[in-house]
Design a protein around this ligand. Structure first.
Ligand code: MN
Ligand code: MN
Length: 477
């Protein structure tokens, strides 16, 4: 024990040795890494701009994977390729690099989600009101509704016509495209209907209607002639009738590109960092993997923002089919017992973002345990709410292994949590994969303005997330 007479220098040495100080990425990188941080940011912005919906993400992932030699399962099985991908229903993708070890010893899994909060068009959305034409929406995921008013919006998605013909729509991104918007009430008249209400009640889901036109077709004797003009335009341009909205998935997303943010360009402001930051960082990491001991599996899920339900979410058992194919690729019997053995022996990262300490709302965080912008990839041991309800709480042994790995390879990391106790909360896909008995922990980039149309991430944190995922797949070696 240090005596009372310990010199100032000795106490400083003790402090440095014993205290846990978060490291700022900018303080502990080489010039080469600094350049790598900024060039990663450029590649990431391109990915974000190409991938504003789950379907677009799947296309971006697959085209990059094919370039790097990944092949779909059936083709890979015939050719004996070790780099394989699966696409399910155009909305979920799995990529694997088959390792040298027996897969029954477990996989190294990084699972992220590529759906982001947005507004979906309803199935019968088109109507006119006071000589203006609108499309009705239903919001998807957790949004603050007022953030979607009075801003340029784009329409992305797919329509399947009565005769089976399909077309993709992407309108509002090109400079020559029109955009759409939801009109907001002028402040002069908003005093009662908005101003005196709680924020959660002042903006109604049924008022999130997209303005799409104002020129009528025909004279004033024609019924609903403003609506008629728009459906006529859609018919002449795309062959659509009103009923075709029923077999369409059209998503309203913020118009515009991902942008460098700040004089120093250290941040990126964009729609969809949650969770495309995890998608792109893990995608680059798996595409660049060489030979690995442990089989690497990247899962890119849909539907996380609405509870991971459905055939393309993390609860879908298509995952087990992928694992059975992986067993087959090593010549092992893909029976249920082997599948469960693979999964129970696997180690996973639920790759997802976390809310960073907000300088203007520090009161909702507990500062010693909140993630901070610029301090690297965030490891979140548990999520949930209240008394850790509905959380997958990672085990100390697993965090110990991960922490040693990150420290050994110069990954700047920090821990985070979902705000102050009893302040709110949330969950990720970790618990669904954990249900197979595997070790898994949440890990990703901290964000400001999370779930908004313009989320903020640090390029330094994004880079460290990518590095963390790379060393996770490469393992101890
Ligand atoms: Mn997320
Ligand atoms: Mn989210």
């Amino acid at each position: 024990m240090a005596s009372k007479k310990s010199s100032k220098k000795e106490l400083e040495r003790l402090t440095e040795k014993l205290f846990w100080e978060r490291k700022l990425v900018w303080d502990c990188i080489t010039a080469r890494e600094r350049n790598a941080i900024f060039s990663f940011g450029e590649r990431y912005k391109i990915f974000l701009d190409e991938s504003k919906t789950e379907r677009e993400c799947v296309e971006s992932i697959v085209s990059r994977a094919r370039e790097k030699g990944f092949r779909p399962w059936k083709e890979a099985r015939e050719e004996g390729t070790k780099k394989i991908y699966w696409v399910h229903q155009g909305k979920t993708v799995y990529l694997t690099v088959i390792g040298e070890d027996d897969v029954r010893n477990g996989l190294a899994i990084i699972a992220s989600h590529h759906d982001s909060p947005r507004l979906d068009l309803k199935q019968n959305p088109l109507y006119e009101e006071v000589d203006l034409v609108f499309l009705k929406t239903h919001y998807y995921g957790g949004i603050k509704k007022y953030q979607w008013l009075a801003r340029p919006l784009a329409l992305h998605g797919k329509v399947i016509l009565q005769d089976g013909k399909e077309f993709k729509l992407k309108l509002g991104e090109d400079d020559s495209d029109p955009v759409f918007t939801i009109a907001d009430l002028l402040p002069h008249l908003a005093r009662k209907v908005q101003g005196q209400k709680k924020v959660s009640e002042a903006f109604e889901g049924e008022k999130l209607n997209i303005l799409v036109g104002s020129i009528p077709l025909g004279n004033s004797k024609v019924k609903e002639r403003f609506k008629l003009a728009i459906i006529n335009y859609l018919n002449e341009t795309y062959g659509m009738t009103e009923e075709d909205f029923a077999s369409a998935e059209l998503e309203v997303v913020p118009a515009g590109k991902a942008r460098d943010l700040g004089f120093d360009r250290s941040l990126i402001g964009a729609y969809g960092h949650d969770d495309r930051s995890s998608v792109y960082t893990s995608l680059e990491a798996i595409l660049e993997l060489g030979r690995v001991k442990t089989t690497a599996l990247a899962c890119f899920y849909d539907k996380e923002e609405i509870g991971s339900e459905g055939s393309t979410g993390a609860k879908s058992r298509f995952f087990e089919l992928v694992v059975s194919n992986i067993l087959e690729s090593q010549g092992a019997d893909p029976n249920i017992s082997n599948i469960l053995e693979v999964l129970a022996n696997s180690r996973g990262i639920s790759a997802d973002v976390n809310g960073a300490l907000d300088p203007d709302y520090q009161e909702v965080h507990e500062k010693r345990n909140a993630a901070r912008i610029g301090y690297g990839v965030c490891v979140t041991k548990f999520t949930g709410s209240g008394g850790k309800y509905h959380s997958s709480d990672a085990h100390a042994e697993y965090i110990a292994w991960l922490r040693r790995l990150f420290n050994k390879h110069g990954v700047v990391w920090q821990t985070g949590e979902l705000g102050k106790i009893d302040e709110g909360g949330g969950g990720t896909i970790a618990k669904f994969l954990a249900s197979y008995g595997m070790n898994i922990v949440d890990c990703g980039t901290p964000l400001l303005s999370m779930h908004s149309p313009f989320e903020i991430a640090s390029k330094a944190d994004l880079y460290m997330t990518r590095k963390a995922f790379e060393v996770f797949w490469k393992g101890e070696g």
